[in-house]
Structure formats: structure tokens, C-alpha cells
Design a protein around this ligand. Structure first.
Ligand code: KG4
Ligand code: ZN
Length: 325
């Protein structure tokens, strides 16, 4: 079967084609990063307008690159939440139109679930049950995924998401949006042990990053440490927190497989630290860096998986939902 995946939850307009026999056939992403970087973050109204401008071109490009015609599509998956409401609306409206015109199922996909199971595209040997840590611009959640792709939320941030903390700290330092890559880059010139930042909610399963952000601001204002040392120490504290929370979750579920996904999972320092820490106790699965940030591939693949497990809403919205968050 041929699945089309559409993603418009934030600042990337993306469409991809997944063939259940041969895998991903095409993937097209139109990024708005250059537009939003002028404002130091994503401006929701501008994002929606640009999705509306780009969605049709991105769709036809994905069809052409996959060497199929529109009528070959058997089902359309679309990100339905979470995300910017106006941005989501563009993708959902487009997908609904296709579903109606082609008389094919419409499969609403939860963005976070898709981020997690996208690791299976990079690691075909990976099958649930597994634990999934999702670290993006809007979320820091840990789920347990059972063998039927039911997602059970175990841990979440009570304030800022990990990516949001990277973005805000970068902004404080006058670095460009998105802040994650900028902080990672600057950190290579700094000492991760220079500043001892506080770790909030140490013994609990949930996380908090707003105190860390404030501590970084205070440290910058004091002017004692270099920006590179502060960036490296911030990054190291945040990564150590994520390792601790993952450890608690793995122990709770007696799990030996950890998937780490979402934009922050592109971070090379984080990847090295997780692999090193869990090398004897757990298998770590990162999606490729391309799949860690927002893309249509993960939506098309999730649509395939959720349809297989009969967890989808059809166009009339009568069937079961596909996620628990
Ligand atoms: O998953 P994603 O592309 O979009 C959301 O669903 O939010 O994640 C975007 C987030 C941004 O906060 C960005 O700063 C962060 O991922 N990010 C990184 C890196 N690359 C992107 N954070 C740390 N290190 C990176 N290399
Ligand atoms: Zn995302």
C-alpha cells in the first residue's frame, strides 16, 4: 500500500510517500527557519500562511519524486496534534480534501508518537515494546510503547521543553534561532564542568528546565564565565537530567530498549553521552538526524503502522484515536 504523510505542525511543510513493501519512496521538506530566525522564534501566523503557500507544491514534488500518480495513494496520514493550531489546520484541511476526493482513508497521527516510531525507519530491527524519550521544541516526554503501539505517558516536563530551553538560552546569548545547533556548536569551545548548574526535581520522574534557564541568565549577568563555558555547562546539565529521567523510566518498565527522538536528539554531545552511559544496560536507538526534526516520512510511516493496528480515525471520525497524550 502507498501512504502519503503530511506534516505542518510547526515551521516545516513536509510531504513523504511510504510504500509498505519498499519503504520511503520520497520526502520533501520546505523549511521556514530563515523566515522565523528574523524574529528569534516561530511566529504562528506567519507559519500558517507559509504552510498554505507551500503545501500544494510540496505535495506534488513528493508525488513526482516517488514516481507515482496521485491516484496511486491508498491512504493519507496527517499530523493532527500537538502543534500550532493554524499550522495544523493547513495540513489537516489539505489531507481531508485529498481523502475526500480520492475516497481513501484519512489517518490522523499524533506528532509525538510519529517522532518516536520514526526510529524504526532507521533501525528496521527495532520492534516494540520499548521506551521512548521525545525531546523537541515543544515537548519533553517519556512514553512506554507496548507491542500494539499503545503509548503510555510516564514522564513530562512541568515547564519548558528541552528544545525550548536550548532556544531561550541561545537567545539570551544573542545566538541565532534555532538555538539547539548554535549552543551545541558554541559548547565545543567550552568546558562542560565549568559551571555547576542546579538540577531540579532530581528524585522525581518528571522534569523541569525553567530553573536551569534562570540559572544560566544569572550566570550570564554575573559575567564571570565565558559564554562557551556557560553553554557547555548548560548542555551537559540538561543532558544529564534527561539521562537520569530515562534511567528512572527504564527501571520502572524493566525495559532494555530506549528510543530517543525529536529535534534535540540531533545533538551530537547528547548522542555520545547516552550511548556511553547506557552501553552495558540498554540498547539505544536514535533515528537518523534527518528524521529527528519534523518531516513527512514519520507521519507516513506512523499512518501505515496505526492503520495496520486499526488505530485510526476515518474521514467520518468514527474509529478510535491513535494516541494517549
Ligand atoms: O522536533 P523539532 O524539529 O520540532 C518540534 O516538534 O518542536 O524540534 C525543534 C527543536 C528546537 O528547539 C531546536 O533548537 C532543537 O530541536 N534542536 C536541537 C538541535 N537541533 C535542533 N537542540 C539541541 N541540539 C541540536 N543539535
Ligand atoms: Zn517535532
Amino acid at each position: 500500500m502507498i501512504f502519503l504523510g503530511i506534516e505542518t505542525s510547526c515551521d516545516e511543510t513536509s510531504a513523504a510517500v511510504y510504500d509498505s513493501c519498499s519503504g520511503i519512496k520520497s520526502s520533501v521538506i520546505s523549511s521556514q527557519i530563515d523566515i522565523h530566525s528574523r524574529y528569534g522564534g516561530v511566529v504562528p501566523e506567519i507559519a500558517s500562511r507559509n504552510h498554505a503557500l507551500k503545501i500544494e507544491t510540496v505535495f506534488y514534488e513528493a508525488i513526482e519524486k516517488a514516481s507515482i500518480s496521485v491516484s496511486d495513494i491508498d491512504a493519507v496520514g496527517v499530523t493532527r496534534a500537538p502543534g500550532l493550531i493554524g499550522a495544523l489546520f493547513v495540513g489537516v484541511s489539505f489531507a481531508k480534501g485529498l481523502s475526500y476526493a480520492l475516497k481513501i482513508p484519512l489517518i490522523p497521527v499524533n506528532h509525538l508518537s510519529a517522532h518516536i516510531i520514526s526510529a524504526e525507519l532507521t533501525h528496521p530491527e527495532l520492534v516494540p515494546p520499548y521506551t521512548g524519550l521525545i525531546i523537541s521544541g515543544g515537548h519533553s516526554h517519556i512514553y512506554q510503547v507496548d507491542k500494539s503501539y499503545n503509548f503510555r505517558l510516564f514522564s513530562y516536563t512541568v515547564d519548558d521543553a528541552a528544545g525550548e530551553a536550548f532556544d531561550k538560552v541561545a537567545k539570551m546569548m544573542g545566538l541565532a534561532y534555532p538555538g539547539g545547533p548554535a549552543i551545541e556548536n558554541l559548547s565545543t569551545k567550552g568546558n562542560p564542568d565549568a559551571v555547576k548548574f542546579p538540577v531540579a526535581m532530581k528524585a522525581q520522574s518528571n522534569m523541569s528546565f525553567s530553573g536551569l534557564k534562570t540559572a544560566v541568565m544569572n550566570c550570564l549577568n554575573q559575567g564571570y564565565f565565558t559564554k562557551a563555558d556557560i553553554a557547555a555547562s548548560f548542555q551537559s546539565t540538561l543532558v544529564q537530567t534527561l539521562i537520569n529521567k530515562s534511567q528512572i523510566a527504564l527501571k520502572h518498565f524493566n525495559s532494555d530498549k530506549l528510543v530517543i527522538s525529536g529535534g534535540v536528539a540531533c545533538n551530537g554531545y547528547l548522542r555520545d553521552k547516552f550511548l556511553e552511559y547506557f552501553k552495558d544496560s540498554c540498547d539505544i536507538y536514535f533515528p537518523s538526524k534527518y528524521l529527528c526534526t519534523d518531516n513527512g516520512d514519520m507521519i507516513a510511516y506512523a499512518a501505515y503502522k496505526f492503520m495496520h493496528f486499526r488505530k485510526f480515525l476515518d474521514i467520518k471520525g468514527t474509529a478510535r484515536d491513535n494516541e494517549s497524550s
